[in-house]
Design a protein around this ligand. Structure first.
Ligand code: ZN
Ligand code: ZN
Length: 124
């Protein structure tokens, strides 16, 4: 039973790419109506621990789970919180590192901005 649930959770996250536990829970409602948010938290925590999924380093209060466990770069919309994967050249990190001196920059850069959908909408 737990394995079927886990597989369904992985599939849902693969569809969403990036999602909080709350978003994932809403997406699974029709497939796993008996799955509580607490159980989902437990499943995703285990998947994170095993390195089967990742987490996006955002400033958001809610952890954002990532279907890709390996370190990669992200664009985060500061307006709607939308997240997309981006691949920045290694030279971008090098340029940042040059500015940092002895402070150490890490892979998995997060670029903030306004996404296409939000740009298309009039300013609120
Ligand atoms: Zn947006
Ligand atoms: Zn990602």
């Amino acid at each position: 039973m737990a394995t079927i649930q886990t597989r369904t959770v992985l599939e849902a996250l693969a569809r969403l790419q990036h999602a909080t536990n709350l978003e994932l829970h809403a997406a699974l409602e029709s497939q796993l109506p008996e799955l509580s948010l607490t159980s989902l938290h437990r499943i995703t925590a285990r998947l994170l621990e095993r390195g089967e999924i990742g987490a996006v380093p955002t400033d958001a209060r809610q952890a954002v789970l990532d279907t890709r466990p390996e370190t990669h770069d992200h664009f985060v919309c500061t307006h709607c919180g939308g997240i997309v994967d981006v691949t920045l050249p290694a030279s971008a990190l090098d340029a940042i590192q040059e500015q940092l001196g002895t402070h150490l920059a890490e892979d998995g850069l997060v670029i903030r901005g306004r996404c296409a959908q939000c740009r298309a909408k009039p300013e609120e």
